[in-house]
Design a protein around this ligand. Structure first.
Ligand SMILES: Cc1ncc(COP(=O)(O)O)c(C=O)c1O
Ligand SMILES: N[C@@H](CCOP(=O)(O)O)C(=O)O
Length: 430
């Protein structure tokens, strides 16, 4: 597969090069040149396939020929070593749990897949890479875990000081080895802007190979397609007209769902469920795309004021506003509404959601008000214990801490505080 830059001013490139570079030389996001739908027989016989087989068929065309089939199978087997259960909340709503990986957030799959691709490309130690990551909470931990000890890869994580949960902070600052954390006095958007500026900085790029492990990178972004296929496999015998409500921040996950739809997955509609950072929800109402400084909320991983992947969504729907609106609705919810939803989900369905999942649930409910003939799946993108204080206080119960979380809580945070791009650059150059 060849990838082109969405800024149209860079040459097409291979999967391998797109992964190693992260972003095109004209600073555009890479996008696959061709999307060939899977045959109808794949969907007709999806019940006969394991999750690993589904994933292999879904991603094969995007990595071929740079990753041989046997290696791809192994990468997928190692990446998908945990479950993705779907639970019915009621007749109209189900929840797809994406938090059973090592850091208990949906980012684990993309991070593990990308780490293994880079490991494969660097077998002969000739492609040493510095991976830069901006995180509003979960990407950092997943990338730290997924890339720990990967040969020839150094990871630098930038996170907004005081704006991630205690557990998220422990997950991204305690591993050591090839993983370094920089605590930025600013917002997630400031972190993302510093990373993007580093890619433009010739002094840096002439001295080191930089790449990104945010959803900018095709190897981090595309495996997120799997979730939508896994949900379909678990639901299609009992429900048609499946709609996904995706708690959205940087819009990588929902955009990966749209890629699955391009592969032929029968998805009736997507819902972008936003907290008060509602740039895309506003766009769908006004047709004006206006990035804004991000607002701090209790669903902090979605505190994004300029979503990177919106441009990919525009590409998928051919920059056609009406086509996009036929496929995507957007809703935004306040923290108070999110807390009420956490209580409602707990009291009515005995289910403990996290604040991001609760926003997804609210999006599903809002859409169902005017669309009766569908079944909504909201994505539970992180385990509730990652947001322990707010969840326990809201539902009035203590929740049991999983082993993954207990292990990390006792570790000691190690980070370097920075405020300016020059400090970030000096850190990289040293
Ligand atoms: C728990 C959680 N939910 C939702 C999101 C939003 O996902 P995306 O940035 O792909 O829109 C994130 C972060 O990305 C997250 O960590
Ligand atoms: N919500 C993310 C922000 C970055 O998203 P990404 O998918 O582009 O890595 C986070 O938790 O860090």
């Amino acid at each position: 597969m060849k990838y082109y830059s969405l800024n149209s001013k860079a040459p097409k490139t291979s999967f391998k090069n797109a992964v190693i570079k992260g972003i095109a030389p004209d600073k555009g996001l890479y996008f696959p040149e061709l999307i060939t739908p899977l045959p109808q027989s794949f969907f007709d016989h999806i019940d006969d396939l394991s999750f690993q087989e589904i994933a292999f068929k879904a991603i094969h065309q995007f990595v071929h020929p740079d990753i041989p089939d046997a290696v791809l199978k192994q990468i997928i087997d190692e990446t998908l070593s945990f479950d993705f259960p779907l639970e019915k909340i009621n007749e109209k709503i189900s929840v797809l749990e994406l938090f059973h990986g090592p850091t208990m957030a949906f980012k684990d799959v993309g991070a593990r897949f990308m780490a293994r691709c880079l490991g494969y490309f660097n077998q002969d130690n000739t492609n040493e890479v510095t991976v830069l990551v901006a995180t509003s909470g979960d990407t950092g931990g997943a990338v730290a875990n997924g890339f720990l000890g990967v040969k020839g890869v150094n990871v630098v994580i930038l996170y907004p000081s005081g704006k991630v949960s205690d557990i998220q902070e422990k997950q991204l600052t305690t591993l050591g080895k090839n993983i370094k954390a920089l605590e930025v006095n600013g917002t997630f958007d400031d972190c993302q802007a510093m990373v993007k500026r580093a890619f433009l900085d010739e002094e840096l790029t002439s001295k080191m190979q930089l790449t990104s492990a945010n959803s900018i990178n095709v190897a981090r972004w595309l495996p997120q397609m799997f979730y939508f296929m896994f949900a379909y496999r678990q639901l299609h015998n009992s429900h048609k007209n499946i709609v996904f409500s995706v708690p959205s921040g940087n819009f990588g996950n929902i955009c990966a769902g749209m890629m699955a739809q391009q592969l032929g997955l029968p998805v009736k509609h997507f819902i972008a469920s936003n907290n008060e950072n509602k740039i895309v929800t506003d766009y769908l109402q006004t047709q004006a795309y206006t990035p804004k400084p991000s607002i701090q909320t209790i669903s902090n991983a979605m505190d994004v004021g300029d979503p990177s992947n919106f441009i990919r969504i525009q590409e998928i729907y051919k920059n056609n506003f009406e086509l996009l609106k036929d496929n995507l609705s957007g809703y935004s919810f306040t923290d108070e509404e999110t807390k009420d939803a956490l209580k409602e989900i707990y009291n009515e369905f005995s289910y403990v959601a996290d604040p991001h999942g609760a926003v997804g649930y609210l999006g599903a409910k809002a859409y169902l008000e005017n669309n009766k003939e569908v079944h909504c799946v909201f994505l539970e993108t992180a385990h509730p214990t990652k947001f322990l204080d707010v969840v326990e206080e809201t539902i009035g119960e203590n929740i049991e801490l999983p082993e993954q979380i207990l292990k990390v809580m006792v570790k000691k945070k190690k980070s370097l505080k920075i405020e300016l791009y020059s400090q970030f650059k000096d850190f990289l150059l040293k």
